[in-house]
Ligand binder design. Structure first.
Ligand code: PMV
Length: 329
């Protein structure tokens, strides 16, 4: 048998970094996916093909799959180890690929974990009703990100648009209007592990400055949280102008935390200059991607502006008609 599955990437609309400290975030799945195809084969070897990380038919022994390392193949090995906690090891042939760039702040590692865990659990005949996808995907994310909030694996597993709070509070948000986004990929790899640890150091060394921006909830309502809650209202009211303004504010806060970079700033300002309603970095920062909220009629104009500023545009739309759910085909 061959088992296939796919899971969507994501954008964080509001609340990256502050979500690590317990404030809510708004995240949306996108119509770009990561795909996994899995087959049980005879023998005691695992063959992995992952063109996005330049791996073509690489063979691993069972012992090598169990060894932990820090290479880009670790998320794939991590998924196999998680499933082998539930099923005896067997020979496997695995192929994974993505519609969007890896390590770009679009949740590729989470999408890979969800897609591959789904395909593997299906191939091994594991009862899906008792299968705790989030728990296993979170374990895999830890290999890549250290101590992730869980927002990436949650949105990749749920699809749609959600309000998320650590550890597992999810409120699905129903958008009445389609939001047109142009994602701008800087081409620079951003390490979420590094930026999260940078913000932690900033918090430890300047708590009186950083706490009021992101900090833990249940104190006063903090800036990032205020923006987040107003953004939910703006979405509810389909007030795109206000939503864009709040995205600009959110980017300003993230910039004050030191997680932007010249490549992101160039794309953010290019999009704003070309008429975006708002623009901000998305995900861990220091590279990766930014997002611009745009009028449907401006999608091409803003994509061109991103290209002129040295980035790669990815057009996406979120909301009622978006194809952004995971699939277990
Ligand atoms: O860079 P990404 O796509 O993995 O997003 C990370 C989001 C952070 O809030 C920065 C980290 C986290 O664990 O939530």
């Amino acid at each position: 048998m061959v088992s296939k599955a796919s899971a969507p990437g994501k954008v964080i609309l509001f609340g990256e970094h502050s979500v690590v400290y317990g404030t809510p975030a708004i995240a949306s799945a996108i119509d770009k996916k990561t795909h996994a195809v899995v087959e049980i084969v005879s023998g005691d070897r695992v063959e992995i093909t992952a063109p996005d990380i330049n791996i073509e038919s690489k063979i691993f022994s069972f012992e090598e799959v169990q060894e932990k390392g820090d290479t880009s193949i670790e998320a794939i090995k991590g998924c196999i180890r998680e499933i082998w906690k539930l099923h005896n090891p067997t020979g496997l042939k695995i192929r994974v690929w993505s519609d969007f760039p890896m390590g770009s702040g679009l949740g590729s590692s989470a999408a890979l974990a969800v897609a591959l865990l789904l395909a593997l659990s299906k191939e091994y005949g594991i009862d899906q009703s008792g299968f705790d996808m989030q728990k296993h995907a979170h374990e895999v994310e830890k290999i890549i990100h250290g101590n992730p909030s869980g927002v990436d694996t949650t949105i990749s597993g749920s699809g749609g648009v959600i309000h998320f709070e650590k550890p597992d509070k999810i409120i699905p948000l129903e958008l009445k209007t389609t939001l047109h986004l142009v994602i701008g990929y800087t081409g620079k790899h951003g390490s979420t592990k590094k930026t999260v640890s940078f913000v932690r150091q900033l918090m430890d060394s300047h708590p009186h400055r950083i706490k009021p921006i992101i900090s833990q909830k249940k104190e006063i309502l903090l800036e990032a949280e205020k923006i987040m809650l107003e953004a939910e209202e703006a979405m509810e009211e389909s007030d795109l102008k206000k939503l864009g303004f709040l995205m600009d504010l959110s980017h300003g806060l993230l910039n004050s935390l030191g997680v932007s970079c010249i490549e992101l700033e160039n794309l953010v300002f290019a999009a704003r200059k070309a008429g975006a309603l708002g623009a901000k970095l998305t995900g861990g920062g220091d590279g990766g991607c930014m997002i611009a909220l745009v009028k449907e009629s401006d999608v091409d104009k803003i994509s061109d502006a991103i290209i002129s500023a040295g980035g790669t545009p990815i057009k996406t739309a979120i909301g009622p008609a978006s194809d952004n759910k995971r699939e277990n085909d």
